[in-house]
Design a protein around this ligand. Structure first.
Ligand code: ARG
Length: 280
């Protein structure tokens, strides 16, 4: 293929391969911002639920168009943050653990997802420690990277390690804007992450630099639009259209950014990944 070779001016990016995923999402039928439990939420600013629904529908349709399976959990009245399905728990193989939320406003979401999974015949354990599911736990290469500092507790990291038999690497989050791990760290494939180092304490930054010397580092501008709150299938990276530095960095590494705008959900402090729980 000499025609391709002549186009290459620098080192070629490695070939990437998408792997089909199974996702669980929750339709934002009851989405709203009625309380403030993170710095993005302003209960006095109006929310356009019709727009939120349209953006969420588009996200779901995009996942499906790229070959991923989406199961939908019905939202519940009185739980305006339930759209953020990533927080509902962790699912690896036949093991599922439902979340235990930090804030009373979201507490009922844990049991709601628990019932949904149990109703489908799954063997579900309820977390005993404060655990906001994939908001703070990211599975990569046979280990969990886990955030603490704002939501999930260090004790939850140990509980997950024991329950799933998967080693957990604890990371300390230090910026209140980035209260969940998935707001500042995205798994791109089995060996690569993109992340925003300033959101972590020094020890955690050292750990991440050691584990992932090839990581993509996001800019302040990427982080400020929750650009790292995306979902990768190993090739396609579904992310905010406003994370332009990150999209360019991903393209240079051989990934294909697929922009999806969920700006209305950002009013609650959530993005694409927050809406998406993966069944690993
Ligand atoms: N309003 C929600 C909260 O503060 C947003 C959750 C976003 N989810 C996430 N995985 N980061 O809990």
């Amino acid at each position: 293929m000499t025609s391709v070779a002549t186009l290459q001016t620098t080192e070629p990016a490695p070939a990437r391969r998408p792997v089909p995923r199974r996702f669980v999402m929750c339709r934002p039928d009851h989405f709203d911002v009625r309380y403030s439990i993170n710095p993005w939420m302003n209960p006095d600013a109006p929310v356009n639920r019709a727009l939120a629904l349209a953006q969420w529908d588009a996200l779901r349709a995009t996942f499906e168009r790229y070959g991923h399976r989406v199961d939908v959990v019905p939202g519940e009245p009185g739980l305006p943050d339930m759209v953020f399905a990533a927080n509902s728990g962790l699912a690896v193989g036949d093991r599922i653990m439902s979340a235990r939320f930090t804030h009373p406003e979201r507490a009922a979401e844990g049991p709601a997802f628990h019932r949904w999974f149990a109703g489908r015949g799954a063997d579900v354990a309820a977390a005993a420690e404060l655990n906001e599911g994939e908001g703070d736990f990211a599975l990569i290469g046979g280990r969990f990277l886990a955030g603490t500092g704002f939501r999930s507790s260090a004790a939850a990291h140990r509980e997950v390690e024991l329950h799933f038999g998967i080693p957990v690497v604890s990371l300390e989050l230090v910026d209140p804007r980035f209260y969940h791990l998935d707001t500042v760290l995205m798994v791109l494939d089995d060996t690569t992450i993109a992340y925003y180092p300033p959101a972590f304490d020094e020890t955690s930054r050292t750990i991440l630099a050691g584990l992932f010397p090839d990581a993509v580092e996001a800019t302040d501008a990427d982080a400020a639009v929750l650009g790292l709150n995306g979902v990768s299938d190993g090739y396609h990276v579904f992310l905010s259209p406003h994370a332009t530095d990150l999209a360019a960095a991903l393209r240079a590494r051989g990934y294909l950014p697929v922009p999806v705008d969920v700006s209305e959900l950002l009013k609650a402090g959530g993005g694409i990944k927050c809406c998406t729980l993966e069944l690993h």
